[in-house]
Design a protein around this ligand. Structure first.
Ligand code: OGA
Ligand code: NI
Length: 335
Protein backbone atom coordinates (compact mmCIF):
# COMPACT_ATOMS: atom_id res chain seq x y z
CA UNK A 1 0.00 0.00 0.00
CA UNK A 2 2.73 2.47 0.97
CA UNK A 3 4.24 2.46 -2.48
CA UNK A 4 0.96 3.41 -4.08
CA UNK A 5 1.08 6.78 -2.34
CA UNK A 6 2.43 9.55 -4.50
CA UNK A 7 4.23 11.00 -1.50
CA UNK A 8 6.25 7.77 -1.16
CA UNK A 9 6.93 7.62 -4.90
CA UNK A 10 8.01 11.26 -4.83
CA UNK A 11 10.52 10.65 -2.07
CA UNK A 12 12.07 7.83 -4.14
CA UNK A 13 12.14 10.09 -7.22
CA UNK A 14 13.91 12.81 -5.25
CA UNK A 15 17.05 14.00 -7.05
CA UNK A 16 16.09 11.95 -10.11
CA UNK A 17 15.28 13.43 -13.48
CA UNK A 18 12.47 11.04 -14.27
CA UNK A 19 9.07 9.90 -13.03
CA UNK A 20 7.38 6.50 -13.43
CA UNK A 21 5.77 6.15 -16.86
CA UNK A 22 2.24 5.94 -15.48
CA UNK A 23 2.49 9.57 -14.36
CA UNK A 24 3.42 10.88 -17.81
CA UNK A 25 0.32 12.44 -19.36
CA UNK A 26 -0.49 12.06 -23.05
CA UNK A 27 0.83 15.05 -25.01
CA UNK A 28 -2.56 16.68 -25.35
CA UNK A 29 -2.66 17.00 -21.54
CA UNK A 30 0.96 17.83 -20.74
CA UNK A 31 1.12 21.18 -18.96
CA UNK A 32 4.33 22.30 -20.69
CA UNK A 33 2.61 22.00 -24.07
CA UNK A 34 -0.93 23.07 -23.17
CA UNK A 35 -0.54 26.03 -20.78
CA UNK A 36 -1.25 29.39 -22.38
CA UNK A 37 1.26 32.12 -21.51
CA UNK A 38 -0.03 35.05 -23.54
CA UNK A 39 -1.91 37.98 -22.05
CA UNK A 40 -5.20 36.76 -20.58
CA UNK A 41 -7.91 38.25 -18.41
CA UNK A 42 -7.60 37.26 -14.78
CA UNK A 43 -10.07 35.22 -12.76
CA UNK A 44 -12.33 37.86 -11.16
CA UNK A 45 -11.52 38.87 -7.57
CA UNK A 46 -14.54 40.02 -5.57
CA UNK A 47 -14.83 41.88 -2.26
CA UNK A 48 -17.38 39.84 -0.33
CA UNK A 49 -17.80 42.68 2.15
CA UNK A 50 -19.00 45.12 -0.52
CA UNK A 51 -21.56 47.31 1.29
CA UNK A 52 -23.62 47.55 -1.89
CA UNK A 53 -25.52 44.25 -2.23
CA UNK A 54 -26.64 45.04 -5.74
CA UNK A 55 -23.05 45.46 -6.82
CA UNK A 56 -21.99 42.22 -5.15
CA UNK A 57 -24.82 40.30 -6.81
CA UNK A 58 -23.92 41.71 -10.20
CA UNK A 59 -20.22 40.84 -9.90
CA UNK A 60 -20.76 37.32 -8.56
CA UNK A 61 -23.46 36.53 -11.13
CA UNK A 62 -21.25 37.77 -13.97
CA UNK A 63 -18.25 35.76 -12.77
CA UNK A 64 -20.42 32.65 -12.34
CA UNK A 65 -21.86 32.96 -15.84
CA UNK A 66 -18.64 33.79 -17.65
CA UNK A 67 -15.99 31.98 -15.62
CA UNK A 68 -17.61 29.57 -13.16
CA UNK A 69 -14.87 30.60 -10.75
CA UNK A 70 -13.86 33.67 -8.75
CA UNK A 71 -11.69 34.59 -5.80
CA UNK A 72 -13.17 36.34 -2.77
CA UNK A 73 -11.41 38.69 -0.37
CA UNK A 74 -12.81 40.25 2.83
CA UNK A 75 -14.75 37.04 3.35
CA UNK A 76 -14.74 37.21 7.14
CA UNK A 77 -12.67 34.08 7.90
CA UNK A 78 -9.78 35.33 10.06
CA UNK A 79 -6.38 34.61 8.55
CA UNK A 80 -5.21 32.80 11.69
CA UNK A 81 -8.16 30.40 11.41
CA UNK A 82 -7.01 29.56 7.87
CA UNK A 83 -3.39 29.32 8.98
CA UNK A 84 -4.26 26.84 11.72
CA UNK A 85 -6.28 24.70 9.31
CA UNK A 86 -3.31 24.65 6.95
CA UNK A 87 -0.73 23.98 9.65
CA UNK A 88 -2.74 21.03 11.01
CA UNK A 89 -3.22 19.49 7.56
CA UNK A 90 0.44 19.93 6.69
CA UNK A 91 1.51 18.29 9.94
CA UNK A 92 -0.72 15.33 9.20
CA UNK A 93 0.77 14.78 5.75
CA UNK A 94 4.28 15.04 7.20
CA UNK A 95 3.63 12.13 9.60
CA UNK A 96 5.32 8.81 8.82
CA UNK A 97 3.44 6.90 6.13
CA UNK A 98 2.13 4.18 8.47
CA UNK A 99 0.48 6.77 10.72
CA UNK A 100 -1.41 8.20 7.76
CA UNK A 101 -2.49 4.74 6.60
CA UNK A 102 -4.57 4.43 9.79
CA UNK A 103 -7.00 6.80 8.05
CA UNK A 104 -6.88 5.06 4.66
CA UNK A 105 -10.17 4.81 2.86
CA UNK A 106 -11.34 1.21 3.35
CA UNK A 107 -11.17 -0.72 0.04
CA UNK A 108 -14.58 -0.93 -1.60
CA UNK A 109 -16.07 1.65 0.80
CA UNK A 110 -19.21 3.54 -0.25
CA UNK A 111 -17.86 6.83 1.03
CA UNK A 112 -15.02 8.92 -0.38
CA UNK A 113 -13.93 9.74 3.17
CA UNK A 114 -10.43 8.82 4.23
CA UNK A 115 -6.82 9.04 3.12
CA UNK A 116 -6.08 7.92 -0.42
CA UNK A 117 -4.56 8.51 -3.82
CA UNK A 118 -7.29 8.40 -6.43
CA UNK A 119 -10.96 8.97 -7.05
CA UNK A 120 -11.90 8.89 -10.73
CA UNK A 121 -11.11 5.96 -12.95
CA UNK A 122 -8.64 7.30 -15.44
CA UNK A 123 -8.21 6.66 -19.12
CA UNK A 124 -5.12 4.81 -20.30
CA UNK A 125 -4.18 3.81 -16.73
CA UNK A 126 -2.56 7.17 -16.04
CA UNK A 127 -2.01 8.44 -12.53
CA UNK A 128 -2.28 11.86 -10.94
CA UNK A 129 0.58 13.34 -8.87
CA UNK A 130 -1.43 13.89 -5.68
CA UNK A 131 -2.57 12.22 -2.45
CA UNK A 132 -5.62 13.34 -0.51
CA UNK A 133 -7.61 13.13 2.70
CA UNK A 134 -11.39 13.55 2.62
CA UNK A 135 -13.73 14.01 5.58
CA UNK A 136 -16.89 15.95 6.35
CA UNK A 137 -16.71 18.99 8.59
CA UNK A 138 -20.39 20.02 8.74
CA UNK A 139 -23.18 19.50 9.81
CA UNK A 140 -22.08 17.91 13.10
CA UNK A 141 -24.51 14.99 12.64
CA UNK A 142 -22.80 14.00 9.37
CA UNK A 143 -19.25 13.92 10.74
CA UNK A 144 -17.33 10.63 10.96
CA UNK A 145 -14.56 11.48 13.38
CA UNK A 146 -12.80 8.21 12.52
CA UNK A 147 -11.47 10.01 9.43
CA UNK A 148 -10.23 13.05 11.34
CA UNK A 149 -6.54 12.72 12.23
CA UNK A 150 -5.84 12.58 15.97
CA UNK A 151 -2.34 13.78 15.26
CA UNK A 152 -1.53 16.65 15.34
CA UNK A 153 -3.70 17.21 18.43
CA UNK A 154 -4.69 20.66 17.08
CA UNK A 155 -6.37 19.04 14.06
CA UNK A 156 -9.90 18.81 15.45
CA UNK A 157 -10.07 22.34 16.86
CA UNK A 158 -8.61 23.83 13.72
CA UNK A 159 -11.17 22.10 11.51
CA UNK A 160 -14.15 22.83 13.74
CA UNK A 161 -13.21 26.48 13.89
CA UNK A 162 -12.84 26.68 10.13
CA UNK A 163 -16.23 25.01 9.55
CA UNK A 164 -17.93 27.51 11.85
CA UNK A 165 -16.64 30.51 9.89
CA UNK A 166 -17.08 28.79 6.55
CA UNK A 167 -20.82 28.50 7.20
CA UNK A 168 -21.27 32.26 7.12
CA UNK A 169 -19.46 32.49 3.79
CA UNK A 170 -21.54 29.66 2.34
CA UNK A 171 -24.82 31.29 3.35
CA UNK A 172 -23.77 34.59 1.85
CA UNK A 173 -22.68 32.99 -1.42
CA UNK A 174 -25.89 30.97 -1.80
CA UNK A 175 -27.97 34.08 -1.14
CA UNK A 176 -26.00 36.20 -3.60
CA UNK A 177 -26.06 33.50 -6.29
CA UNK A 178 -29.86 33.18 -5.84
CA UNK A 179 -30.42 36.92 -6.21
CA UNK A 180 -28.22 36.84 -9.31
CA UNK A 181 -30.69 34.42 -10.90
CA UNK A 182 -33.62 36.70 -10.09
CA UNK A 183 -35.06 34.33 -7.48
CA UNK A 184 -35.45 34.92 -3.74
CA UNK A 185 -32.36 34.77 -1.55
CA UNK A 186 -33.24 31.47 0.15
CA UNK A 187 -33.90 29.48 -3.02
CA UNK A 188 -30.55 27.96 -4.02
CA UNK A 189 -29.60 26.90 -0.51
CA UNK A 190 -32.97 25.22 0.00
CA UNK A 191 -32.75 23.54 -3.40
CA UNK A 192 -29.32 22.19 -2.42
CA UNK A 193 -30.39 20.55 0.84
CA UNK A 194 -30.80 23.58 3.17
CA UNK A 195 -29.31 22.98 6.62
CA UNK A 196 -28.45 19.41 5.58
CA UNK A 197 -25.92 20.52 2.95
CA UNK A 198 -22.75 18.53 3.66
CA UNK A 199 -19.38 20.22 3.84
CA UNK A 200 -16.86 17.72 2.48
CA UNK A 201 -13.30 18.84 3.12
CA UNK A 202 -10.52 17.50 0.96
CA UNK A 203 -6.85 18.10 1.52
CA UNK A 204 -4.79 17.77 -1.64
CA UNK A 205 -1.09 17.03 -1.13
CA UNK A 206 1.03 17.47 -4.25
CA UNK A 207 4.64 16.45 -3.49
CA UNK A 208 7.54 17.97 -5.47
CA UNK A 209 7.73 16.36 -8.90
CA UNK A 210 10.96 15.95 -10.95
CA UNK A 211 9.01 16.42 -14.21
CA UNK A 212 6.26 19.00 -13.67
CA UNK A 213 6.23 19.53 -17.44
CA UNK A 214 4.87 16.00 -18.00
CA UNK A 215 2.64 15.28 -14.98
CA UNK A 216 -0.62 16.70 -13.64
CA UNK A 217 -1.97 16.95 -10.09
CA UNK A 218 -5.72 16.67 -10.43
CA UNK A 219 -6.72 15.98 -14.04
CA UNK A 220 -9.22 18.20 -15.88
CA UNK A 221 -12.66 18.05 -14.26
CA UNK A 222 -15.61 20.04 -13.04
CA UNK A 223 -16.56 19.59 -9.38
CA UNK A 224 -19.60 17.45 -8.51
CA UNK A 225 -20.57 19.87 -5.79
CA UNK A 226 -22.95 22.84 -5.67
CA UNK A 227 -20.06 25.17 -4.99
CA UNK A 228 -16.53 24.48 -3.81
CA UNK A 229 -14.64 26.88 -1.57
CA UNK A 230 -10.88 26.35 -1.65
CA UNK A 231 -7.83 27.70 0.12
CA UNK A 232 -4.46 26.93 -1.45
CA UNK A 233 -0.99 27.25 0.04
CA UNK A 234 1.34 29.75 -1.63
CA UNK A 235 2.55 27.39 -4.38
CA UNK A 236 0.60 28.17 -7.56
CA UNK A 237 -0.83 25.28 -9.58
CA UNK A 238 -4.55 25.75 -10.21
CA UNK A 239 -5.44 26.23 -13.88
CA UNK A 240 -8.81 26.96 -15.45
CA UNK A 241 -10.00 26.37 -18.98
CA UNK A 242 -11.27 29.64 -20.42
CA UNK A 243 -11.86 30.47 -24.07
CA UNK A 244 -10.23 27.18 -25.11
CA UNK A 245 -7.02 27.80 -23.18
CA UNK A 246 -5.53 26.58 -19.91
CA UNK A 247 -4.60 29.60 -17.80
CA UNK A 248 -3.00 29.93 -14.37
CA UNK A 249 -4.94 31.16 -11.35
CA UNK A 250 -3.06 33.85 -9.47
CA UNK A 251 -2.26 33.19 -5.82
CA UNK A 252 -3.83 35.90 -3.68
CA UNK A 253 -2.87 35.64 0.00
CA UNK A 254 -5.91 35.01 2.23
CA UNK A 255 -8.38 34.81 -0.65
CA UNK A 256 -10.85 31.95 -1.02
CA UNK A 257 -11.33 30.44 -4.46
CA UNK A 258 -14.98 29.71 -5.24
CA UNK A 259 -15.77 27.14 -7.93
CA UNK A 260 -19.24 26.76 -9.41
CA UNK A 261 -19.87 23.01 -9.41
CA UNK A 262 -22.15 20.77 -11.47
CA UNK A 263 -25.16 21.06 -9.12
CA UNK A 264 -25.38 24.85 -9.37
CA UNK A 265 -25.04 24.63 -13.13
CA UNK A 266 -27.99 22.20 -13.09
CA UNK A 267 -30.10 24.22 -10.62
CA UNK A 268 -29.54 27.38 -12.66
CA UNK A 269 -30.43 25.46 -15.84
CA UNK A 270 -27.06 26.30 -17.33
CA UNK A 271 -27.00 30.03 -16.50
CA UNK A 272 -24.07 29.54 -14.15
CA UNK A 273 -21.25 27.38 -15.54
CA UNK A 274 -19.30 24.71 -13.68
CA UNK A 275 -15.65 25.54 -14.30
CA UNK A 276 -13.30 23.05 -15.95
CA UNK A 277 -10.05 23.06 -14.00
CA UNK A 278 -6.89 21.03 -13.32
CA UNK A 279 -3.68 21.41 -11.32
CA UNK A 280 -0.02 21.40 -12.17
CA UNK A 281 2.78 20.41 -9.80
CA UNK A 282 6.08 21.98 -8.81
CA UNK A 283 9.64 20.75 -9.15
CA UNK A 284 10.89 21.85 -5.74
CA UNK A 285 7.91 22.67 -3.60
CA UNK A 286 4.99 20.82 -2.09
CA UNK A 287 1.67 22.30 -3.11
CA UNK A 288 -1.35 21.83 -0.86
CA UNK A 289 -4.96 22.90 -1.12
CA UNK A 290 -8.07 22.60 1.05
CA UNK A 291 -11.26 22.57 -1.01
CA UNK A 292 -14.60 22.25 0.79
CA UNK A 293 -17.23 20.70 -1.49
CA UNK A 294 -20.75 21.83 -0.56
CA UNK A 295 -22.87 18.81 -1.37
CA UNK A 296 -26.55 17.93 -1.18
CA UNK A 297 -27.36 14.84 0.94
CA UNK A 298 -27.11 11.65 -1.15
CA UNK A 299 -30.88 11.09 -1.44
CA UNK A 300 -31.67 14.74 -2.20
CA UNK A 301 -33.11 15.42 -5.67
CA UNK A 302 -31.41 18.15 -7.71
CA UNK A 303 -32.82 19.49 -10.98
CA UNK A 304 -33.31 22.82 -12.75
CA UNK A 305 -35.22 25.31 -10.54
CA UNK A 306 -38.91 25.39 -11.58
CA UNK A 307 -38.71 29.22 -11.49
CA UNK A 308 -36.18 29.14 -14.32
CA UNK A 309 -37.82 26.75 -16.75
CA UNK A 310 -40.86 27.26 -18.93
CA UNK A 311 -42.15 26.80 -22.43
CA UNK A 312 -39.43 28.90 -24.03
CA UNK A 313 -36.82 27.62 -21.67
CA UNK A 314 -36.98 23.84 -21.34
CA UNK A 315 -34.91 22.06 -18.67
CA UNK A 316 -31.42 21.29 -19.98
CA UNK A 317 -30.65 18.69 -17.28
CA UNK A 318 -32.43 15.71 -15.73
CA UNK A 319 -33.44 15.85 -12.08
CA UNK A 320 -31.85 13.08 -10.04
CA UNK A 321 -30.73 12.22 -6.56
CA UNK A 322 -27.22 13.44 -5.84
CA UNK A 323 -25.93 9.92 -5.11
CA UNK A 324 -26.93 8.75 -8.59
CA UNK A 325 -25.31 11.81 -10.15
CA UNK A 326 -22.02 10.96 -8.41
CA UNK A 327 -22.24 7.32 -9.43
CA UNK A 328 -22.73 8.19 -13.11
CA UNK A 329 -19.96 10.76 -13.11
CA UNK A 330 -17.35 8.60 -11.37
CA UNK A 331 -18.14 5.66 -13.62
CA UNK A 332 -18.38 7.81 -16.75
CA UNK A 333 -22.00 6.88 -17.43
CA UNK A 334 -23.96 9.60 -19.32
CA UNK A 335 -26.18 11.66 -16.98
C1 OGA B 1 -10.08 19.37 -6.58
C2 OGA B 1 -9.38 20.50 -7.20
C3 OGA B 1 -7.75 22.24 -7.10
C4 OGA B 1 -6.54 22.67 -6.34
O1 OGA B 1 -9.52 18.78 -5.63
O2 OGA B 1 -11.23 19.08 -7.01
O3 OGA B 1 -9.81 20.92 -8.23
O4 OGA B 1 -6.19 23.84 -6.46
N1 OGA B 1 -8.31 21.04 -6.60
O5 OGA B 1 -5.93 21.85 -5.66
NI1 NI C 1 -11.89 20.44 -8.47
Amino acid sequence: MELQRVQAIASLSFSKETIPAEFIRPEKEQPAITTYHGPVPEIPTIDLNDPCEENLVRLIAKASREWGIFQVVNHGIPSDVIRKLQAAGKEFFELPQEEKEVYAKPPGAQTVEGYGSKLQKEVEGKKAWVDHLFHKIWPPSSINYQYWPKNPPSYRDANEEYAKYMKEVVDKLFKTLSLGLGVEGHVLKEASGGEDIEYMLKINYYPPCPRPDLALGVVPHTDLSTITILVPNDVPGLQVFKDDRWIDAKYIPNALIVHIGDQIEILSNGVYKAVLHRTTVNKEKTRMSWPVFLEPPGEFVVGPLPQLVGEDNPPKYKAKIFKDYIYCKLNKIPQ
